[in-house]
Ligand binder design. Sequence first.
Ligand code: HEC
Ligand code: HEC
Length: 212
Amino acid sequence: MNVPLRNRSQLLRLSALAIALPAALYTLPSNAAPEKARSGKVVVETVCAGCHETGKDGAPKIGDQAEWSKRASVGLGVITRNAITGVRKMPAHGGNAALSDLEVSRAVAYMVSGGKAIDPDKPYSSPNQIAGGNLVKARCSECHTAGKDGAPKIGHMEDWKPRLKNGVDGLVSSAISGHNAMPARAGMANLSDADLRAAVIFMAVQPKPLAK
Ligand code: HEC
Ligand code: HEC
């Protein structure tokens, strides 16, 4: 193929990007459990017991198997999703946005089984409720368009590349727990891990700033 030099270097740059980016984004399995994921027992004792020990505001009590079985009859997946997004007086992520969906799902399994559930080996896959691009436009772009307080800018590969060196999972966990001026779960405690993940990937791959 006889490509003019200028186009060839563009082509090379593009194909280097095309190889480097997906590699960085997909080196780790998509729902890999962060290594530090806490067990259901630990999460229940440190976070959920505050309400579920005493049944505060009508929280199903730990050990009340009849009540848990009734709740779980709609499916463990449904009540886990409710624990992630929050339902009535049950706060999203048990009021601790830095808990991953996997940790919440382990805690639910622990309470539903009366402490008998051993932590699932297979990673929990969070429900996707909002498309990455929509979430970015509705929320993330507020800081990530102009780079407010040092936020990596959408459409600026050079801002994202060094951050991607630990793979996309590192970025997702850091967006979950928040750091510096980046609020935990972007300040939306009811976002699932899957939604955050989709938004992170959407931002990291934009070749240019989003159209207004
Ligand atoms: C601030 C109090 C509070 C904390 C902390 C809390 N919960 Fe709850 N939870 C509630 C209340 C109240 C309900 C009952 C909501 C309802 O059905 O009206 C509830 C209900 C639930 C349900 C049943 C949801 C359904 O659809 O029936 C699950 C599952 C649950 N909580 C999981 C958890 C987990 C896991 C944690 C810890 C990570 C946690 N909760 C921490 C208050 C709390
Ligand atoms: C209130 C402003 C603000 C909002 C809203 C916001 N971010 Fe951020 N974000 C920041 C700032 C500031 C940083 C840079 C923090 C640092 O590294 O010092 C950042 C960094 C990040 C990083 C890089 C983390 C790392 O470890 O390098 C990711 C990923 C991220 N944000 C994802 C998101 C997603 C996804 C959304 C929307 C759901 C979002 N952010 C919404 C301010 C925001």
